[in-house]
Structure formats: structure tokens, C-alpha cells
Design a protein around this ligand. Structure first.
Ligand code: NAD
Length: 379
């Protein structure tokens, strides 16, 4: 198959981490016969410099024609004094809204090789799925375009009272739950829906929708947790979770909590996905925007020391969720794991391995090359 990918390298370390990510994709293409065509687009600070706007119309229009979008990072100190609507970060909001991506997928995984990057004790990290090895591997699916952040809000006439509204429609809940179920089908087939149904009417609607949606996914074990308990369980025993699906507000908080358990910001990928491109398609193949969770890191830009693994793992998520290429996605993740096994470390993850691990410091380019070498025989 041929896939078109909108490529938005952006600013700072963005282009540095996107380059190895596309080289890894090309190696996957060579091994699998799939073709990845890139449409390179400007957004963020570099677009402000060349066009005066953080998200030129042409960028959004071209991105909409592609099968998925892979982004590095945007922003930097040289654009910080611009008014809000002209800041580079506006490009992210514009792309998310313009592409209609409504579910944010944030995996949080602790590679065993980076065990000491996690502040939790060994006995807390042991899960029933990890064969007794300390670790966790979970995915939070957060609703991205509704709920409290988009509901009606206001102030009383005297300004001494304020309100925000949590409002969800059936179809908004259904589509994000479906994204959660589809994700769970490709993983350990467990979906935990996090809400506050003992208090909130909107949460009770989430449970009603879940009762219907779950029937379509009989292979997935559905469970429910109140958000206060979920926040505690994430710290007490993160290994119990596979996929968590939740509202915008709860997902915002829980995904930060989970990523803090997983070590360096340079390691973590993310996906924001939208509707299937072809609503008649039997399989769910959403349009998606894929990006490492880190920013443009101006302090280390241009030094070949940025960790490219978050970007490379974002490319793996793109293969899995937008293209349905599970084998190829897993091959990239296994190659990343093999690079860590081999002791390769960018500076941000150096010294976070077990005391016995022999570590070799790798630059951005060298880490990307190692992942490509270790991809061999995995596809
Ligand atoms: P940041 O994520 O860019 O950097 C935070 C710290 O983490 C820095 O010390 C940096 O060196 C380090 N770091 C980040 N990514 C790394 C990587 N791949 N490898 C090694 N170390 C890494 O956050 P910040 O400093 O708060 O923001 C810098 C700029 O990025 C700002 O302009 C901000 O608005 C923008 N930003 C963009 C995005 C995005 O594009 N999605 C997200 C967050 C911040």
C-alpha cells in the first residue's frame, strides 16, 4: 500500500527528531513493501518567519489531503513575545481542530531498561501481565474536543461567581469509547472507563453509552473506576491497567500523572485521532496527528543530543492506528527496546538504567541508525 504522510518538522529539535523517524519509516517500507510518501509542510515558528502566520492555510489544506500527520515540535524563545493568536503553539490547536481529531492517545510505558527513571518501588510495579518483572504499559485515551474545556462558561454580573459546564452528547462519547475499544483490541483487551458516575450526570451518560458500545467488543473486558480511585490506583499499581478511556478533564490530569511515572519526556509518543476516513470501512482507520509529547527544547537544539525515540515511537503509533500496520508498528517498538537493551542512551536517559547496564552515549542520529539496524529481521 501507499500512504501519504503530512510531515511538520517544526522548530528547535523538531526537525532533528523527525529525520530519524522518517528514516525508520523508510526502512520499514523497504522491508514490508509499503510506500510512505511525505508532504513536508511548515507550521509553528518557521511558518511565522516565512509567511507571518503560525498555521498557513496551505498547510492545513495539504494536511487534510494526507492519510496522517507526523509533527516534531513547535515554538521557541524568538517567538515568545508575539501576541497569543500569532504564537507558534497556535498551529497545534489549529491542526487539531482542522483535522477534527477528538481522541488523544497517550501511552505511558516504563521500559525495564529504564527502571530507575520511575519513582515507584518494585513491589508496586509488579503486574499480573509482566511475569513478575517491574514495569507497566498502559494507554490513556482522552476525549479531546468536548466536556468541561468546551462547555458553556461564565461569570455572575458581580463577577463573584463563575461556572463551567461538563456537557457530553451520546455520539461524542461513543466515538471516543470506540477509539478506546479499538486500541484495546490491539493490546491486552482490557478497557477501564474512568468517570465520576457517583456524582456527575454526564458520567452516568458515559456508562449508558459504554453499556451499548461494549456489546460490539465482546472480547474486551470493560471495567469502571471513579476518577479519584483511578488517580490512586495509577500510583498504587499501574500494571493493572491496559487502556483507560476518559473525559477531557480527567484525561488531562491522569495522562500527566501517568507520564511522570514513565521517565524522560524524550521517550514518550502521542497520537490524536479523528474519524475514519472512509465511514464505510469495516475497520476503524482514523485520520491522526502523531507527535512526541516534548516541545522544541531550544536549550539542546542543533547539538545532536535530543532523544529521537518519542518521535520514532510516534511513527509506530501512526502505523498502528492510522494505517493498521500492527506488525510493522511492533517491529519499531521492539527495535527501540533492543537499542535500550544494547545499552544505547541519549543524554536524557543516561544514568537511568540499572546499575549493571553498560551504557553507550548515542547522539540523535546514532540512536536513529541503531533502531534501523535493529529493525532487521523484525518484519
Ligand atoms: P520542552 O519539552 O521543549 O523541554 C523541556 C526539557 O526537556 C528541556 O530541558 C529539554 O532540553 C528537555 N527535552 C525535551 N525534549 C527532549 C528530547 N527529545 N530529548 C532530550 N531532552 C528533551 O518544553 P519547554 O522547554 O517548556 O518548551 C520549549 C518550547 O517548546 C516552548 O516554545 C513551548 O511552547 C514549546 N512546546 C511545544 C510543544 C509541541 O510542539 N507539542 C509541546 C510543549 C512545548
Amino acid at each position: 500500500m501507499t500512504y501519504s504522510i503530512a510531515l511538520v518538522p517544526g522548530d528547535g529539535i523538531g526537525p532533528e527528531v523527525i529525520k530519524p523517524a522518517t528514516e525508520v519509516l523508510d526502512a520499514v517500507g523497504d522491508a514490508s513493501g509499503h510506500v510512505f510518501n511525505y508532504v513536508e509542510l511548515e507550521a509553528g515558528g518557521c511558518a511565522i518567519d516565512s509567511t507571518g502566520e503560525p498555521l498557513p492555510k496551505e498547510t492545513l489544506e495539504a494536511a487534510k489531503q494526507c492519510d496522517a500527520l507526523l509533527l516534531g515540535a513547535v515554538g521557541g524563545p524568538q517567538w515568545e513575545t508575539l501576541p497569543g493568536h500569532l504564537r507558534p503553539e497556535r498551529a497545534l490547536l489549529g491542526l487539531r481542530a482542522g483535522l477534527g481529531v477528538f481522541a488523544n492517545l497517550r501511552p505511558a510505558k516504563l521500559p525495564p531498561q529504564l527502571r530507575s527513571a520511575c519513582p515507584l518501588k518494585d513491589d508496586v510495579l509488579i503486574s499480573s501481565d509482566s511475569e513478575g518483572k517491574p514495569g507497566f504499559d498502559l494507554l490513556i485515551v482522552r476525549e479531546l474536543t468536548g466536556g468541561l474545556y468546551f462547555g458553556e462558561r461564565g461569570r455572575s454580573a458581580d463577577g463573584k461567581a463563575a461556572f463551567d459546564t461538563e456537557r457530553y452528547a451520546w455520539d461524542e462519547i461513543e466515538r471516543v469509547l470506540r477509539a478506546g475499544y479499538e486500541a484495546a483490541m490491539g493490546r491486552r483487551k482490557k478497557l477501564c472507563i474512568v468517570d465520576k458516575a457517583n456524582v456527575l450526570e454526564s458520567s452516568r451518560l458515559w456508562r449508558e453509552v459504554a453499556a451499548v458500545a461494549s456489546k460490539e467488543y465482546p472480547d474486551v473486558e470493560t471495567s469502571f473506576l471513579y476518577v479519584d480511585n483511578a488517580a490512586m490506583q495509577l500510583i498504587r499499581a499501574p500494571g493493572q491497567f491496559d487502556v483507560i478511556a476518559t473525559s477531557n478533564l480527567f484525561g488531562d490530569i491522569l495522562s500527566d500523572e501517568a507520564s511522570a511515572l514513565a521517565g524522560s519526556i524524550g521517550m514518550l509518543p502521542s497520537a490524536s485521532i479523528g474519524s475514519p476516513r472512509d465511514s464505510l470501512a469495516k475497520d476503524f482507520r482514523p485520520m491522526g496527528m502523531y507527535e512526541p509529547i516534548h516541545g522544541s527544547a531550544p536549550d539542546i537544539a542543533g547539538k545532536n543530543i535530543a532523544n529521537p525515540l518519542g518521535a520514532i515511537l510516534s511513527a509506530a503509533m501512526m502505523l498502528r492506528y492510522s494505517f493498521g500496520l500492527e506488525t510493522e508498528a511492533r517491529a519499531i517498538e521492539d527495535a527501540v527496546s533492543a537499542a535500550l537493551d544494547a545499552g544505547l542512551r541519549t543524554l536524557d536517559i543516561a544514568g537511568k538504567g540499572r546499575a549493571t547496564a553498560r551504557e553507550t552515549i548515542a547522539g540523535t542520529r546514532e540512536m536513529g541508525e541503531a533502531v534501523i539496524t535493529l529493525l532487521e529481521n523484525k518484519i
